[in-house]
Structure formats: C-alpha cells, structure tokens
Write a protein that binds this ligand. Structure first.
Ligand SMILES: Cc1cc2nc3c(=O)[nH]c(=O)nc-3n(C[C@H](O)[C@H](O)[C@H](O)COP(=O)(O)OP(=O)(O)OC[C@H]3O[C@@H](n4cnc5c(N)ncnc54)[C@H](O)[C@@H]3O)c2cc1C
Length: 405
C-alpha cells in the first residue's frame, strides 16, 4: 500500500482512535492527527463514560475491551428514580439481553481511560502514523486524493496526503465547516452542571447508573471506578445563572444535600458546566471527506449515546473503507454509511435523548405519574424490558441500520 493510499483521521478522541485501530487491524494505514500533546493528552474534562453492550463488542474486536474492563465497573442494572417521591421507580436489568449480546451489561468506564488505553495501542501499531501536538487547519480534495494542512509540533505548516479524510475532531469540526455542511438542530438554553463527588450512593439503594426525575431539579448519577472511587452528578441550571456563583463550594454542597440530605459535607472533587446541543450534520460525506462521531452529530448525554453512537460510526465506516481501499468495492459504499448512520442519528439518538430529557424534567404531575407507571410496568415485564433495553442500548439502531440499502 502506497503512503498516499492511507486514510487521514483527524482527532484522537474515542472515534478517531477506534477507526484508526480497526483500519490498522485490516492492514490499512492511517495518519492520525491530534492537537493535544503527550504532556496534556490526559488533561481533558470529564465526559462520556457509559459504554453500551454493542460498543463493548466493537471494543473487543480491536482488543480494547480487555484493556478497559479492569478500569471500569460492570453494571448490568440501571435505575429510574423519582426525587419528589424519594422512590425507586424502575430497575432495568441488561440480563434480558443475554441472547442478544455477549456483553449483557454496560461498562462504566470514562472516556479518558478509553482514549488513554487506545492511544497506547495506537502508538504501538506500525500501521498508524500518530501525530500528536499537531493541529489540523484545512484540507483540499480532488477526484483522486485529499491533502490535510496541519501545523506540526515545531509550528511549521505541513501537507499530508491520503485517499480519504475522516473528520473525528469533535463538534467544532473544521472539515464540516469547510464543506459548509449545515449542523441542523438546536442548542438548549440551559447548561448542565456536573459535580464529581466521593461518596458511595449505593448505601442508599442507588445503582451504578441512575436517572432521577424531578419537576424542579432532575439528575443523573453515575459511579466511576477509582482509586479514588467517584460519582458524577448532573443537575440542570437556569440560562441566566452565573457560572461562578453556581459552582461555589456552598452552592455545590446545597445541590448535593438537596438530592440526598446527609450529615456533614460531601467530599467534592470537581465541577464543570457544559452546553448541550442536539444537532445532526445534513450530510456525512462529501467526496473523499467523511464525518464521524461528534463531528457528525451531538446530543444530550442523558442516555449515554454520544460516544457510543460515534464509535458505531467508526466501525461502520471501517467496514466500508476496507473493501474500497482493497479495490473490492467502489466508494458508493460511503453513501450507504451516510444513509445508515444519519438514520441512526436522527431516528434513534436524537429522538431518544430529547425524550429522555423530557421524561426527567416533566412538570405535569399527571404525566409524571403515567410515565412512572409505564416505566415500572416495562421493567417488570421481561418482553417489554428486553424491547426497552434493545432501544436504550442502541442494539435496535444497529439492526435497523443493517436493513438500509
Ligand atoms: C458531560 C458529558 C457527558 C457525556 N457522557 C456520555 C456518555 O455517558 N456516553 C456517551 O456515549 N457519550 C457521552 N458524552 C458525549 C461524548 O463525550 C462524545 O460524544 C464523544 O467524546 C465524541 O467522541 P469524538 O471522538 O467524536 O470527539 P471528541 O471526543 O470530541 O474528540 C475529538 C478529538 O479531536 C481533537 N481535535 C479537535 N480539533 C482538532 C484539530 N483542529 N486538530 C487536531 N485534533 C483536533 C480533540 O483534541 C479530541 O482529542 C458526554 C458528553 C459530555 C459533554
């Protein structure tokens, strides 16, 4: 394979790393460009961390699962709680998926651990030309090749040639903007507050992963493996809130005490605010340029679908690029990638995450009551529970995509 036959992958996030590793496994060379350096790669803010069963199967395909499993928590069960009633509403058990997947559980393992392990694998792989501390700035394409313009670690401009370029550089994708592809959707006016806290919520009956509805202050509550063990709690904010004021230690304590009153202060390890977008690119492919992961779609983290669906993009794309680069398929296969993965983004991840937020924040008492009854009934009926879990874990989205020609 000639150097110029390689795939240029922009961004060593979970999507760019999985794509590079999966292509490398098939003997396809990539040039993986990442602006972070060896020194600051691990200084990234807390983000995704719930890995669904189908994603675990994909990690396993490239040997990544074995590296992250010891660093995560196997969590077969997740909960819905009603904060105003201080009650557990429903417990969903992934064991209902035992005939659908080899991994009938989620793995609670943070994005940062996944990229750390995947980066280590990428460094050791001779098929991957890893360029850290290198900023991608622009690209050009014609019928035969693409050229990525980068600023390398010494600050010099460099041109990198390849057959295809995959934009996995996240929501601010330079490739998407360069192609003038509309990022359709909306941005919530309110930001979400994330608090990291060292406290074992399981002693109060919570699972490793909890969705807590409340008409005033809904939450997500997740457990991450230490040392030291930490929990992450998400709270809504008001658009007019002062970011500094709501993150003062006493304000963070008040939030946590409101969720679960306890004697003494909580041990807070950190906090941050993030903006939530619900957007999908109008096209995932233009010629030799392809969008994947957050570059193509972004959504609220309620339901844990952003990183998971991005990783699913990476593997779908691998299965299209490999035969194309071996001259066994023409590149119309990439249009199928566009059709399949846009369908999943619009009909599954967008629809479900918008619904998930509405469910947690619902204010009408009659609708709340009906929602809770439905969740309870669904969790208790094995057939309904399996159908629910197939959707929530994105297995249904993958099966549906397979039917798209
Ligand atoms: C608070 C929060 C919680 C979340 N929780 C979940 C969850 O539980 N489950 C889930 O599935 N998803 C979750 N998500 C979403 C998830 O984090 C993203 O969907 C996922 O990280 C996207 O991966 P990616 O590889 O596409 O992009 P990113 O993770 O954004 O990675 C992009 C990479 O590209 C690099 N880069 C950017 N610009 C350039 C450039 N010009 N040149 C070179 N490199 C560049 C960046 O440094 C980065 O390394 C959450 C998000 C947030 C904000």
């Amino acid at each position: 394979m000639k150097e110029s036959d390689r795939v240029i992958v922009v961004g060593a996030g979970p999507v760019g790393l999985c794509l590079s590793l999966a292509l490398a496994q098939e003997g396809i060379r990539t040039c993986l460009i990442e602006l972070l350096s060896e020194d600051n790669f691990l200084d990234q803010i807390p983000r995704a961390g719930t890995n669904h069963p189908a994603t675990l199967e994909m990690f396993d395909r490239i040997g990544l699962y074995a590296k992250i499993e010891p660093r995560g928590i196997i969590a077969p069960i997740f909960h819905y709680w009603d904060r105003s009633e201080q009650a557990l509403v429903a417990a969903f058990d992934h064991a209902h998926l035992k005939d659908d997947t080899r991994f009938p559980y989620v793995l609670q393992c943070e994005r940062i651990k996944i990229v750390e392990e995947a980066l280590r694998m990428a460094k050791a792989d001779p098929q991957i030309d890893l360029r850290l501390a290198t900023t991608f700035t622009a690209f050009e394409q014609n019928a035969d090749w693409v050229v990525a313009r980068v600023s390398n670690p010494t600050g010099e401009e460099e041109a990198i040639e390849g057959r295809y370029i995959v934009s996995a550089e996240g929501a601010r994708s330079i490739v998407r903007k360069g192609l003038d592809i509309e990022f359709e959707g909306f941005t919530y006016a309110d930001r979400t507050l994330n608090i990291e806290v060292a406290y074992d919520f399981r002693q109060h009956g919570y699972a490793e992963r909890n969705y807590i509805s409340d008409p005033v202050e809904w939450s997500n509550l997740f457990h991450w493996k230490g040392p030291p063990d930490r929990w992450r709690v998400h709270f809504p904010t008001q658009p007019e809130d002062d970011p500094d004021a709501i993150q003062r230690p006493e304000a963070l304590q008040a939030r946590l005490q409101g969720l679960l009153p306890k004697p003494g202060d909580y041990e807070i390890c950190g906090s941050n605010l993030y903006t939530v977008h619900q957007r999908v690119a109008k096209r995932f492919r233009v010629g030799r340029a392809i969008l994947a992961g957050d570059s193509a779609h972004v959504n609220s983290p309620i339901g844990a679908m952003g990183m998971n669906s991005g990783v699913h993009d990476a593997f779908n794309l691998t299965d299209k690029l490999v035969p194309i680069l071996r001259n066994k398929a023409d590149d119309s296969a990439l249009d199928r990638y566009d059709r399949q993965r846009r369908h999943v983004a619009v009909k599954h991840t967008q629809a479900q995450t918008v619904r998930n937020k509405r469910l947690l924040a619902e204010q009408d008492p009659a609708i709340r009551k009906r929602n809770n009854e439905e969740l309870r009934r669904t969790a208790e009926d094995p057939r309904l529970a399996r159908a629910f879990l197939l959707r929530s874990s994105l297995i249904e989205s993958l099966r549906e995509a397979e039917q798209i020609a």
